[in-house]
Design a protein. Structure first.
Length: 336
């Protein structure tokens, strides 16, 4: 998303299921193209009845939504990351709130994250898949670094193969362009994303839904640098500074360091499609850093000397990809 696509798992890949079955996700993806819209229960039946494994059923539901539901941009300000959702109260109607919203989403073929998550949930219910709707904080625009904000997003968790997995069907569906238009562009990164990667831009209100043994505190989540999607392409073990806001003065030299775990990934090609969902307002000023490799090529260092108080953001580059973005708070007069 942030770079239009995060790293892609190959759609032609075949996954080995724990029961010994092999699942071809590309085949499942192709089949959803021919499934017509109908009521939630009949749609779930059409999407899943021909499959044996729960992974195939899950994939079919997920990919149908990403291919057929558009993000509603009307009355939404900013990029797709500035997602607003509307929580409606349960009432005494016989039809559940999830069901009613799912019906409405199928009728209009558009939704915000609340509608995406509820449609996914109700289709999973009809397919016999155990799932939950997760409410929490989404690290959206770059101005979120170091700022505090309220719950602004919904996503899902699904119980598959004896464990829970995290998904975001909204963010997998596409992105909102700088011109506030929804662009459908499937992003496989948000399908069963490993928890240690998902936490980089999703923090649930209930920290148990991080699915991490030792989840970061919310304060830690807020204050880390903004990790672009390309961060996930490389085996980055650690980075410094750990805080996303760097306090400095004109004349100071900032040092940034990355530690790489697998040097074989250094040859990955950079993204050809550049990020336009996080375009900075023209009033902002940023600089970008290219790395200086150490001898072992596992520890990568950067240096940046502040020559102007006007620079507010610092992009850390690797292999021509933006990896991290830091916020600079520069004092005009260097303290003695």
């Amino acid at each position: 998303m942030k770079s239009l696509f995060t790293f892609f798992f190959s759609l032609a890949m075949k996954l080995s299921f724990s029961q010994g079955q092999t699942v071809n996700l590309a085949y499942v993806d192709r089949k959803v193209q021919n499934v017509d819209v109908s009521s939630p229960d009949s749609l779930a039946q059409k999407l899943t009845s021909s499959y044996v494994t729960d992974l195939e059923k899950l994939r079919s539901i997920f990919r149908w939504i990403t291919e057929n539901i558009s993000y509603r941009t009307k009355n939404v300000v900013g990029s797709r990351r500035s997602i607003k959702y509307m929580i409606e109260e349960e009432d005494t109607l016989s039809q559940s709130l999830n069901e009613r919203i799912a019906v409405e989403v199928l009728k209009k073929r558009e939704a915000v994250c609340d509608g995406y998550a509820r449609l996914f949930k109700i289709l999973c219910d009809y397919a016999g898949l155990r799932s939950e709707i997760i409410t929490g904080y989404a690290r959206s625009n770059i101005d979120r670094v170091g700022s505090y904000f309220k719950s602004n997003h919904r996503w899902n968790a699904v119980f598959l193969d004896s464990s829970w997995h995290l998904l975001d069907v909204t963010w997998a569906s596409g992105y909102i362009s700088y011109g506030d238009q929804f662009i459908r562009a499937y992003d496989n990164y948000y399908f069963m994303t490993p928890p240690e990667q998902f936490i980089r831009d999703h923090y649930p209100e209930d920290s148990r839904w991080t699915l991490l043994t030792n989840p970061p505190t919310l304060k830690e989540f807020y204050r880390t640098p903004f990790k672009h999607s390309a961060f996930s392409k490389y085996s980055i073990v650690s980075f410094a500074p750990a805080k996303g806001i760097i306090e400095a003065s004109v004349g100071d030299t900032i040092k940034v360091e990355l530690t790489m775990g697998n040097s074989e990934k250094h040859g990955i090609a950079p993204d050809t499609l550049k990020d336009d969902t996080h375009i900075l307002p023209l009033a902002f000023s940023l600089d970008s850093l290219k790395p200086v490799f150490n001898d072992d090529k596992k520890r990568i260092s950067y240096q940046y000397t502040i020559n102007s108080p006007s620079v507010e953001w610092l992009n850390v580059m690797y292999n021509d990809d933006v990896i991290l973005r830091y916020k600079l708070n520069i004092r005009k007069n260097k303290e003695e």
